[in-house]
Design a protein around this ligand. Structure first.
Ligand SMILES: Cc1cc2nc3c(=O)[nH]c(=O)nc-3n(C[C@H](O)[C@H](O)[C@H](O)COP(=O)(O)O)c2cc1C
Length: 508
């Protein structure tokens, strides 16, 4: 849901402008989540003081940064903006600039007929000044005059015409906000223009912290006063503490990576240390621009994938890879988009497909055998429209998403890949590994169905009983000797009943 914050330019106990904001909040609560911010603890601005020393200013700045847009309800004092409103804006234009590039809608209420019109004009001018640099919605002035008579006892606006006009302006503001949010979206004209140096800060980019700093996470968290530990985080479908979020993400059945739309690698889930990851990442990489984690020779390929996801020519790029004898992983690179369908970065998931394959074979009493008619599989799926790199991956060139060069000989350092450039070559003496977001290099040669060195012994993974072993196996092409029906397939380890353990929802 769109998140807005509202600030009334009054610190009085009773305020018609705060009442107006409360009415807007309640009237639109089904479509917009509006939080009214309190400015009573904001001290009189003093340039000698650093906002760092003032938690109230910080809380305000953080709330504004985290919102899609801002509604300012300004009274009019002496034909202009009252001190309380101006004071807040001075704090928010000195050292911190949360209104920079933010969509703002000005409304106002006053005792008299003008409805704070002069104050609104002056406020617009102040907000468009350098240092504040907000985008104020033009026109559509909402001037609530005779405020004392405008509300009923429950704080609702009495006049339906006024409410109707308010609804039309809110609708315009939501559109205005979407347009403004697109303004700072990086907009490469082609894949070559994908900026791997992360030089197009977006509204979530943490300013003034060196992206390549090995302690980027700690420093950026301090800079943003990020929630941590037991702080609650409101999500679309639930409420978790930061600790719970970590438990949840670190226990995912796959490795996750987040690179934002400014091509900055900003998160991965720490499931285990790099040496034991499918696509290794190291803590010092978090925060890095993608250029910092990729050898130059793979950059063009990485750009092609990012561009395909950014432009919507592909919403998912997937890439299978072999990372060891009998270890095959799948990389999924999925475009992330916000409620306005704006590209917000790439979500990478790396999963070990072997347990799934072994469970499937055991459950269906099948085994893998060499398929003489096997057709080499394209190393990358979902990119054909843009690069065709996936079709004819030039062995001398690293593959589009993974940056791995198929021609890599084992001894050569594997190429890095799309979102964190880590090289994943496990110290096993087999083909180099590659993945798109971690720089792990994997062979990009066409993935041929693995010759079943031996019938899959299901129970290693799912506890399927031995007797389902190969002699009753199933060839890759099932119209040959139909297999004897194997013993009942073992249930997947975790699920005893066909209900979902966490929500109890029945899956049958
Ligand atoms: C110092 C002062 C100056 C004011 N000047 C104006 C003015 O220039 N124009 C106006 O319409 N109302 C003026 N008013 C009346 C405000 O409209 C009225 O106080 C209004 O309630 C302020 O909004 P609030 O209730 O949200 O604080 C003034 C009020 C004060 C206390």
């Amino acid at each position: 849901m769109v998140k807005l914050v509202g600030i009334a330019g009054s610190i009085g106990e009773q305020s018609y402008n705060r009442m107006l904001l409360e009415f807007i909040r309640d009237h639109f609560k089904k479509t917009v989540d509006i939080e009214i911010l309190d400015i009573n603890d904001i001290p009189v601005f003093n340039e000698d003081e650093d906002h760092d020393d003032n938690p109230a200013v910080h809380a305000l700045a953080r709330k504004i940064s985290g919102a899609n847009g801002v509604i300012l309800a300004t009274p009019e004092h002496n034909h202009t903006v009252p001190a309380a409103m101006k004071n807040v804006i001075e704090w928010l234009s000195n050292n911190v600039h949360p209104l920079d590039g933010k969509a703002v809608w000005i409304v106002g209420a006053s005792y008299h007929t003008q409805g704070s019109s002069r104050a609104q004009l002056h406020l617009k001018q102040i907000l468009e000044s350098p240092g504040v640099n907000a985008f104020v919605m033009p026109g559509n002035e909402f001037l609530l005059s005779n405020a004392k008579e405008a509300f009923d006892a429950d704080g609702n606006l009495k006049d339906s015409g006024t409410v109707g006009f308010l609804e039309s302006v809110m609708k315009k503001f939501l559109t205005f906000m979407r347009v403004i949010e697109m303004l700072d979206a990086p907009d490469p004209k082609n894949s070559h223009e994908e900026d791997m140096e992360s030089k197009h800060p977006v509204n979530t980019t943490v300013p003034d912290v060196d992206m390549t700093d090995p302690e980027w996470v700690e420093k950026a968290a301090e800079k943003t006063h990020a929630a941590s530990g037991g702080d609650y985080v409101k999500l679309d479908r639930g409420l978790l503490t930061v600790d719970q979020l970590n438990y949840f993400l670190n226990s995912m059945a796959g490795e996750l990576t987040f690179a934002d739309d400014n091509n900055q690698f900003i998160y991965y889930n720490k499931k285990t240390d790099a040496a034991h990851m499918l696509a290794p990442r190291t803590p010092d990489q978090a925060g890095d621009p993608l250029s910092a984690v990729h050898p130059a020779r793979v950059v063009e390929h990485v750009k092609q994938v990012l561009y395909a996801l950014r432009t919507g020519e592909s919403d998912v790029v997937s890439m299978p890879a072999q990372t060891g004898p009998n270890q095959h992983v799948m990389h999924y690179y999925r475009a992330m988009r916000d409620e306005n369908r704006r590209y917000r970065g790439v979500n990478e998931l790396v999963i070990d497909i072997m347990p799934i394959l072994k469970y499937y074979l055991a459950a269906t009493g099948q085994k893998l055998v060499k398929d003489p008619d096997a057709v080499p599989m394209s190393p990358i799926t979902g990119l054909d429209a843009v690069t065709s790199a996936s079709k004819h991956s030039d062995p001398t060139k690293a593959d589009a998403t993974s940056g791995a060069s198929a021609s890599k000989s084992v001894e050569e350092k594997p190429a890095a890949d799309a979102t964190s450039g880590a090289s994943a070559s496990k110290s096993v003496e087999e083909k180099p590994a590659t993945d798109t977001t971690s720089g792990a290099s994997e062979s990009t040669e066409a993935v041929k169905p693995a010759a079943a060195e031996e019938p899959i012994d299901a129970d290693a993974l799912t506890g399927a009983s031995e007797e389902t072993s190969s002699e009753t196996g199933y060839t890759s092409d099932d119209d040959s000797t139909p297999a004897k029906k194997p013993a009942a397939a073992p249930k997947p380890e975790s699920e005893s009943a066909d209900t979902d353990a966490t929500s109890g929802a029945s899956e049958s």
